[in-house]
Each structure stands twice: as C-alpha cells, then as structure tokens.
Design a protein around this ligand. Sequence first.
Ligand code: SF4
Ligand code: SF4
Length: 488
Amino acid sequence: MPPPVEHPKPARPGTVKDVDWKDFRDHLSTADSEGRRQWLYPRKVQGPFYRGRTWLSWLLLAIMFAGPFVRINGNPLLLFNIVERKFIILGQIFWPQDMIMFAVALLIFVTSILVFTAAYGRLWCGWTCPQTVLMEMVFRKIEYLIEGDSHLQRALDKAPWTAAKIRKKVGKHVIFFGLSFIVANILLAYIIGTEQLFQIVTDSPVKHLEGLTAMILFTLVFYAIFARFREQACTFICPYGRLQSTLLDENSIVVAYDYKRGEKRGPWRRGQPLEQRQAEGHGDCIACRQCVTVCPTGIDIRDGTQMECVQCTACIDACDDVMQRIGRPRGLIRYASLNGIERGERLKVTPRLVGYTAILFALAVLLGVLIFTRSDVQTTLLRAQGALFQQMPNGHFSNLYTIRVVNKTSRAIPIQLKLENTKGELQVMGQDIVVPPQKQAETSVLIELDPAVMKPGTTPLVVGVYSQGRRLETLKTGFIGPRDDSAR
Ligand code: SF4
Ligand code: SF4
C-alpha cells in the first residue's frame, strides 16, 4: 500500500466535516466522529471504464435473470436447494453424497479468490459483484433518473416536503421495492427452482407460507440494502473487503493514485503555464476532488489503497476527464501496483502467486477427476437388520440384504445386480429396480450361495450394479454362514 500522503486538506463536502483528515484510516468515510451515518451523493460518472462496466453489467444482469429459466437436459442451469439438499450446476445434479466435490469446489473458489486478489486486487467487486452491478447500474441509475445528479439529490433532501418531493421520493421507493421483489424472486428461483416459485405465486398463500415468508424477507433485505444500506454492505458486511488487506501486496494491481506524478497537489490557476506550476513544485493533481465526488464509497483514493475501495474505476474516469481537459496525460489514477508507481515495475509473478496457482491447479485436477469418475447412481447394500443366514431345502445358504439406489440423473435408470466374485443366486424381491429421475429406490435382495463356495463365518462378496449392460458401480459386502465347516 502506498504510504499515506501528508497534505493540507479542506473538509469533505457532503461527507465528513469534523474528522481530522490525517485520521482517515481510523474513520469510516461515511460516518462522522459520533458514528452517525453520512449519506453519500456520488456524482454521475462518464468515461470508457464506466461504459465498459455498463456493457458488462447488462450481460451479467441478463445471465442472472435468465439463469433460473435456462434448461440443460431438462435441468436448470443453477439450483441451490438447501432445504431439499439438491444442487444443480450447469445442468448436472449433485446430491449430499457428492459433498466431497462441493468441498473441493469450495476450496477452488476460495483459492481463486486468493490468486485473483493477490494479482488483480478487487477486480471482482468493481466489475462483477452482484451488489455493485445492481446498486450502481440499476438502482443508482434509477435514482439519477428520478432525482437528478448528486447536487440535485442533495438539494432535494434538504428541501421542505412539497408535492413534487413526495412524488419523487415515493415514486423512487415504489420502484426500488418492486425491483427488490423481482431480485428476491430470482434469488428464490435459484434456491427452490422456477416450478416451485411459480406454484408459490399462483397457489393459495396458505399452502406456501414458508415460501412466501422467504420471498417477503428477501424482498425486505434487498430493499434495505439498495435503498438505505448501500456502500455499507461492502464496508461492514462483506468479508472479502476486509480480507483485502491480508491478500494485497506491493505487486497487486489496484486502482491507485500516482502520487509521484500527482503531488504536490494544488489548484491550477487559470492561464498559469505548466512550467511555472512545475517550478513551484506542483504535480499533476489540481485538487479538483472530482475523483472524490464520484466515489460511491466516499473515499479519497489519493490517500492510498483503502478497505472501502471497491475498485469501481469511477475515480479513473473522473480524473482522466480532468487530465484531458487540462492537457495532461491520462492515468494519474489508474490500474497499477505500488511497485509499478514507485519503481515503474510491471506485474511480477511472486512466489506467493506461484504457490496459490499450484494449489489451484492441483485442486482443479482433483475436481476434474471426481467429476469424471462420478457415477450416475449411488448404491448402498446392507444386510437386512436382525436377519441371520438361512439354510434352504437344497442345502444352499441365503442372506437377506437391503439395497438403496439414489438416481443422480434426470432420467429413470433400470438397475440389474450381479454377483461378481463367486457363483450364486441373486434375487431382487418384488419388481425389477427402476429408479425414477432424481429419486431413490429401496428394496430387498436375497443372495443364495452353495456351501462349496462359502468360507467359514463370513464370505466376502462383490456385487456389480448394472444398467442396460453397463456397470455403474461395484459394491462389497459380506455373506454370513456357519463358522463351523461341519454345519455346512
Ligand atoms: S480528479 Fe485527479 S486531479 Fe482532480 S483531485 Fe482527483 S486526482 Fe487530483
Ligand atoms: S476510490 Fe475509486 S475505485 Fe475505489 S471505490 Fe472510490 S471511485 Fe471506486
């Protein structure tokens, strides 16, 4: 992190007026010294980064809203049904039995965050985090449309309540609530699936009290976040922002102010020649504070990398615009590492980055193997409780088992069982086993062995689980018989 730059500083308009500037690391930019919330009015931003983020956000929003309705092999794209412990990723169904895969996938997710953050800072937060995308690209834009840019919003809040103000405020909050309801429904569709969601919406509310409660709760939470809580979700709640300080190092690429080029800051007097300004020891920062007024978290990036910075690039666009207007090169605020700014170094591959990447690669290989060798069914074969062996009239011995087959696919699977390691009879009691899609079937199985192939006590058995001639699994179990050879 760049060292804090010492400089005289005016009070921050619209934010904290009574906090000592040099204490910025000890204070939240959105709270005064009493801890009271200071409402932020970030100015509208324009520029290439903002345009890029806007296009990307349309794409991400389209994916997010379409996700629950897209089907692959009849399954949703994504489903995280925690209640029924059923998970679908890219149309593939995962069951609690596949938890090992989830654990590895979770480790991959965490390691990717480590690698990515160590190399590129909080790129995720600024460009793809659903909170930022929805807040900055949907809710904030609606606010600008209804209430105008930051100065108009500030004036409206200070103005007395008139019919026009009530209209604007009520209109905005009704739209915010409606949007929160839609977002809540989309989230619910990712959890319970669109079919169940449709039932909740169309059936009698009495039949779906739990679903309705979740819907209302989600709506209220989203409304609270986007209408009131806003940037505080990133600074108070999200653990990723707090992790940042431990993940970043001097080679991480972050949105950074080039203090070597910018300092000493100071206003550029109209008509003042550049040479004269430079001779006075001034850098390129003209202390216009445009970078601060656009910041959605209310910080001044010129103080160095801060936990509140979500790397949204608004300050880059704002400063580039200023630089262009005063005829100086763009990039006073830019994506750069501390070493890049201090020593002009490019992104370095550090041993830490290599270590994280190696772990990530190993985990990805492990996950690939687990997915590749994953069976369509999960079968358990247990000896029936309390049942001992029985001797048949033909002298053979029999054991009774219970078999349970979980079908992890979205098609019905007929199951056949075969003794693999010894001669004997295997008989499924009742009808043939056909496991319905995404369901499990349980039935009894009788295995009969000739005493000639039995061992004293327990005979190890291997049972093959087949479907249409293809072996899906092999199971090991024991066949109980008399311990004494003379009893056979
Ligand atoms: S926008 Fe650029 S020139 Fe203006 S205060 Fe920020 S860093 Fe300095
Ligand atoms: S400092 Fe710049 S990049 Fe960071 S949150 Fe503020 S505007 Fe966005």
